[in-house]
Design a protein around this ligand. Structure first.
Ligand code: HEM
Length: 332
């Protein structure tokens, strides 16, 4: 009976009816993932973002890391409002030239292309900030990391804030107290900070971001480091004129896989940035978390997801206003 054509036809009819029913309920409720009712709901959007990220990563594997970082640099400056994507205007200087972003942030063209496709499917519906959040999630999943549901409904900001980008985004020479305070200023915990730092399991950094680690006698240079590792970095970065273009992998062992190897590297003195290595430089909660994540990858994934959801919920200051931008580079 189970394999008879009649039975399979009946099953098919039931399946189609169920799908219709789900679509109807979803349309009535405005979509399960949107906290703001119908606004921001576009059934095709997540699929379009996924395809865009997948194609971009197939062409340039580093793009997964770059898209993840874009979302972080967005959320740390007046909440997740896509302010990082705005070009300079006569009214304000954008965030792209802020210290942590200049010569460094990548992926703007990928987001532009995804946004254009989303606008074709659902005009004026999905914000650039939501696209950044979904792209970051998909970049992690495509790299072998966990996945999660992204809450939709963010609004795009009407302005950018270069000063805030300079002050809120932690620098690569931060010590552990400095890192903790930058995260706590935004309501994120030490655990969020250590788990989110695990994003450095993928991607690259320029010599300019970590040569302080090679200056013996400086605070960063005094951090515990594996000798061979530091010697190899010294050789890599021996041409100071190329410090903005020469790149090292943030995770030297599995540079394109989202895993817990980053934490193992810290324990063996092979963290690339001084701020990475600083997490284990003194006894305390940060070091304990690193030890735990190095041993239990599932705990890292679980805490990383929770921290991404919290970071992705950072809201712009009350009264800043917002819109659904048609072009992520400029306000409507
Ligand atoms: C904890 C404080 C953090 C500091 C000090 C920091 C600093 C940096 C620096 C200096 C770079 C290299 C940039 C360059 O040389 O061009 C970098 C790369 C990167 N960061 Fe962070 N970061 C931090 C946290 C985070 C967080 C929270 C995320 C995401 C959740 C993240 C994701 C990334 C990724 C994926 C890259 C590689 C980007 C690429 O290859 O294009 N970082 N970070």
């Amino acid at each position: 009976m189970a394999s008879s054509p009649v039975f399979r036809f009946v099953l098919f009819i039931v399946f189609v009816a169920l799908m219709q029913c789900c679509n109807f309920v979803e349309a009535c409720l405005g979509g399960g993932s949107s906290p703001v009712g119908n606004a921001g709901h576009c059934a095709a959007a997540e699929g379009i973002v996924f395809s865009g990220v997948e194609a971009a990563v197939a062409e340039d594997p580093r793009m997964a890391a770059s898209l993840l970082r874009l979302h972080f640099h967005d959320c740390f400056v007046n909440g997740c409002d896509a302010s990082v994507l705005l070009d300079d205007t006569v009214d304000f200087v954008g965030e792209k030239t802020a210290g942590p972003n200049l010569n460094s942030l990548r992926g703007f063209e990928v987001i532009d292309a995804i946004k254009a496709d989303v606008e074709l499917a659902c005009p004026d519906t999905v914000s650039c900030a939501d696209i950044l959040a979904v792209a970051a999630r998909d970049a992690v999943a495509l790299s072998g990391g966990p996945t999660w549901e992204v809450q939709m409904g963010r609004k795009d900001g009407l302005s950018a804030n270069k000063q805030l980008a300079n002050s809120n985004i932690p620098g690569p020479n931060s010590n552990v107290a400095g890192l903790i305070s930058k995260f706590q200023n935004l309501g994120l915990s030490v655990k969020d900070m250590v788990a989110l730092s695990g994003a450095h399991t993928i991607g690259h950094a320029r010599c300019a971001s970590f040569t302080s680690r090679l200056n013996v006698g400086s605070n960063a240079g005094n951090l515990v480091g594996d000798k061979d590792f530091l010697t190899s970095l010294q050789q890599l970065c021996s041409n100071p004129g190329a410090s903005n273009v020469t790149l090292a992998q943030l995770d030297l062992v599995s540079p394109a896989t989202f895993d817990n190897q980053y934490y193992m590297n810290l324990l063996s003195g092979e963290g690339l940035l001084a701020s990475d290595q600083a997490l284990v430089s003194e006894a305390g909660e940060a070091r304990e978390l690193v030890e735990s994540y190095s041993e239990y990858p599932e705990a890292f994934f679980e805490d990383f997801v929770a921290a991404m959801v919290r970071m992705g919920s950072l809201s712009p200051a009350a009264g800043s206003g917002g819109e659904i931008r048609r072009d992520c580079r400029r306000v409507n």
